[in-house]
Design a protein around this ligand. Structure first.
Ligand code: NAD
Ligand code: DAU
Length: 365
């Protein structure tokens, strides 16, 4: 039986990963360590809270002693490290938390893993670090997509903190022989995505009849991947990835921001036209009920240092791991809209912080 420590498992991607993993490997032991910041919520794990092999620990990755205690107690052989401050806009207004969690927090985990595994001769172990394509910087319109050989050139404090953490992971592999892998993934979308990020923000603002803010000219490009495909990519890196390697994971799915916002408006208009009860359930949603959600689109001041384009070349993951995204954007975006329409209570409670949580397996250390 494998025993995984999953950091940040109450956040967007972490929670999707936890659900994916328990569905596929119900006999594995899974310990989630999460500080429950504004972005982490036990509501994201509600569906699996009674799983006998899941333990939730409310704690901070900066607490090296706690991490060591958990790894020792649960005989952890695999760390999957999602915990991070993840929102670029917040890193511009308040970079300190990003340096603390993303750099010092990652280092705290690496120190714990070194002591628990290497210093005790535990050979069968893996430290997987979840990183981002933002470490590579930005692309011009006709540049080839990022490969794993693209030089790091982070442009935001968030990206710089993730790049630093990647370098630390690499250094622990080269210097101490810790068995590490890194995945650099493009923009995820799907269920449990906190409504500060573009896609859930647009959906929830349409339902509140609020402006849909488009930074700059809206012609920036992002490469969108359905979140479950990210979980599958990490699964493949864990099972087939080579120690010390980075793997790009992406969706072959580049969209201009403005086009994705227009698409969401169109799909929401269609949903309201075909399901008249939506107008009753969401009485504030006046524009979309009239079939004109796009009237809410508002161009606003650009994000400072805004990266123009991200695009992932995932050939290495395809060739070495057999990785291909399974979900098409056409189906993934519809599923996502439907999820937000069906889960109003979730997004309202995570936005206003009113979710009460469950405590049955919570262990405060
Ligand atoms: P998120 O902000 O939704 O979740 C982060 C989680 O980490 C939250 O549950 C939070 O409570 C927890 N956390 C934060 N600080 C912590 C600390 N000090 N100790 C313990 N837990 C802490 O983030 P996400 O979008 O799910 O991203 C997860 C990881 O994937 C991050 O490392 C991010 O850099 C990376 N990533 C994200 C995307 C994306 O599109 N969202 C794409 C590529 C890579
Ligand atoms: O590429 C991977 C990265 O994707 C992850 O590492 C980050 O954790 C994740 O947050 C995401 O970063 P982005 O900055 O690309 O995501 P965000 O949803 O904030 O913005 C997507 C694009 O939309 C970006 O070009 C900025 C733009 N945008 C965003 C918001 C919130 C707007 O135009 N208006 C907005 O209100």
């Amino acid at each position: 039986m494998k025993s995984l420590l999953v950091t940040g498992g109450a956040g967007f991607i972490g929670a999707n990963f936890v659900q994916y993993w328990l569905n596929h490997y119900p006999y594995h032991k899974l310990v989630v360590l999460d500080a429950l910041t504004y972005a982490g919520n036990l509501a994201n794990l509600e569906a699996v809270k009674d799983h006998p092999n899941l333990t939730f620990v409310h704690g901070n990755i900066l607490n090296t002693e706690l991490v060591k205690e958990l790894m020792q107690h649960h005989q952890t052989d695999t760390v999957v490290h999602f915990a991070a401050e993840s929102h670029v806009d917040r890193s511009i207004t308040g970079p300190d938390a990003f340096l603390e969690t993303n750099i010092m927090g990652t280092h705290s985990l690496l120190k714990a893993a070194k002591q628990i595994w290497l210093d005790s001769g535990v050979d069968d172990h893996r430290f997987h670090h979840v990183s981002t394509d933002e470490v590579y910087g930005t692309l011009a319109e006709n540049d080839p997509p990022f490969t794993e050989a693209t030089a790091y050139a982070p442009n935001s404090p968030y990206a710089a903190s993730k790049a630093s953490s990647d370098h630390l992971v690499r250094a622990y592999q080269e210097t101490y022989g810790l068995k590490t892998t890194i995945s650099n993934c493009s923009n995820n979308y799907g269920s449990y995505h906190f409504p500060e990020k573009l896609i859930p923000l647009v959906i929830t603002n349409i339902l509140a009849d609020k402006a849909l803010p488009i930074y700059g000219d809206g012609k920036q490009v992002r490469d969108w991947l359905y979140v479950e495909d990210h979980a599958r990519g990490i699964e493949l890196v864990l099972s087939k990835g080579k120690i010390g390697e980075n793997y790009n994971i992406g969706g072959h799915n580049e969209w201009h921001n403005i086009d994705i916002v227009k698409l969401i408006c169109q799909l929401m208009n269609e949903a309201f036209a075909t399901e008249p009860e939506l107008a009753q359930r969401f009485p504030d949603a006046l524009s979309v009920a009239k079939g004109s959600a796009e009237s809410l689109i508002t161009f606003v001041k650009d994000r400072p240092g805004h990266d123009r384009r991200y695009a992932i070349d995932a050939a290495k993951s395809r060739c070495e791991l057999g990785y291909e995204p399974a979900e098409s954007f056409e189906t993934g975006i519809r599923k996502t809209l439907q999820w937000y329409l069906n889960n109003e209570e979730w997004w309202r409670s995570v936005m206003d912080g009113s979710y009460q949580g469950w405590v049955s397996q919570q262990y405060h250390a």
